[in-house]
Structures are given as C-alpha cells and as structure tokens.
Design a protein around this ligand. Sequence first.
Ligand SMILES: [Zn+2]
Length: 316
Amino acid sequence: MSNPTPKAVSTKLYKTGQTRGADDDVIYQNRVLRNSTALIPYKDYQLCKNAPTKNGKYENGFIVLIKPEDYFNPEIQQSLKADGLCLGKNLLVFYETRAQWKDYPILKGWKAASARKNPLKGQYVARIPATTSAGEKKIIEGFTTSKMKGAGIRVYEYADADTINLCKLQLEYLFWSCKDIDKLVELQGLDPESVKERVKSIKEEAQKKGLADKENLIAARIIDEDGYTICPLCLKHISAIGFCDRIQQAEGREVPDLTVTEVSLFHIHELRTGEFNHRPYNLGWGHHHCNVVVKDSGITKTLEWMREVLQRNKMV
Ligand SMILES: [Zn+2]
C-alpha cells in the first residue's frame, strides 16, 4: 500500500533533520543534515568536546574555531596541545574582524582551509564584513566554493543520524495524533484504508522504539491528556491542516471553526551551546507564530515575560 502521508508533511519531517538556513557570508553551511561536521568555538570546547551519542564521537567530526588573539597566546598554545587540538587537523584560526586580520596576520605558508575532515587543507578561515566608511572590501576566505560553502554546522544543532530518524518517527506519530486528522484525510481525499495502515505501523514502530510514552509526552507539553498533539507554548490543539497550508487555497473556502495557523518544528528546551536538544521527547509541533515568540529564550522564560506584559497592562 502506498504511503498516504501528504507531501507537505513528508517535506516538513525531512527538514527536521536539517539545520537552519545560513546567510551567504557566514561560516555555517546552509540547511544540511544535523550530523554534518560540527563547528565548536574554542571557548566552548570543554563544554562541547563530547558528542551526545556514539561514545562522544561526532559522526562527521568537528572543527574547533579559535580567535587569532587566542591562538597566538603562548599559554593557550600549551592547552591546545594538551587538548589534542592541532591546526589544520581539527583546529582553524577564525578571523571575524578587520582588527584581527591586521593585528594577527596569517603566517607564511598558511592557506585558507577547504576540507571539512582532517586534513582541513589549510590553517585558517576568514569572514570579515566590508566597512563602508573606510571603503574596505569584505574578506571571505576558506570554504567558499559552491560545493564547499560553509565549514560545518552550529554545534548545538548537531544530532547523529539515528537520533534524526527517531525524532522524525516521533514527529510523524505526533502528526497523526492531531485532533482534526480525520478532517484532513477528508479534505486531501486520502484513502482511509491506507491511512489506517500507516497510522497503525507508525504507532507500533514508535511504541517499539519507546517513542510513544504518553506521560513523557504530556510532561513535555507535546500532547494533552487525551493524547492529541498540542502547541508547546499556547497548549491549543495543533491542526493537521496547518501542515498543509495550501489546502485552504486549493479548496477556495474557509475551514469552519478552525483558525488554521502554519505549523512548525518546536524545540521544547531550546537549542543552545553545551546542550544537544534535537532529541526525542524534546520536539513537538507548534504554531509558527508561537515558535517565533519563544525563539531562543525557551518556553518558561517566554511565559514569565508574557505574564509581566499582561500585569503591566492590568489584564491579570
Ligand atoms: Zn501556539
């Protein structure tokens, strides 16, 4: 039987395995798998040197980025050695400002790096913006060709391939757990029999892999007491129709009693350096708008902020 999962949902699920977008002139790769080479700022090395799984090994390795003023500090040179960090193997000097570029010039023989795995084929990388006042051009060196654009991913976005897949499975399970799923099946004209089969197999697989623990999902604000998928911030039911926002237009009519809001991936504990929060039971589906409000501050902080705002407005 064919997979009845709507294309828009499969695409959303696939994208959960990818990192967020990156601008042209930054050091990060644009939307790649979360198990790509992790970039670790030197100041965070002790916190991040061990990957969360696979005995602490990053699936595609890591590169430590060190500021030139740190690299050229003799004391730090000693600790680099002690930590097994070696220029061109797992360490690159990272120039981000014009002052660094002038005060700590690259050494004779240094090359801009161009490989994400040892050997990195260089010793440094530069991402220095242009200065309009002084008329100085930007300096962008290392990992610049279209195929090798960006040296790696933000370390806190990392997850190994298995984790990525477990998350996808749990997230699909949550999609089929939307309260109005029958409405979507009807609107999309999906075959009810294949839907039934799909839901059954996803549920069984999720249970088998320990991804359907109701209490844990409730505690994490991912589903409600009835087992329906909710938005982790506002706790409203998530509409399955919100996954396929094109439906409304295609149907050319409003869906009754339902404000359809775009759905997006939600990290319950936000992604931040020193934690690896792309993992099962930490991902849910939330309203795009709620996700934007929470952004990087996390749910608890956001709720506290909201309470203060309401108090100041004398609404609570
Ligand atoms: Zn919401």
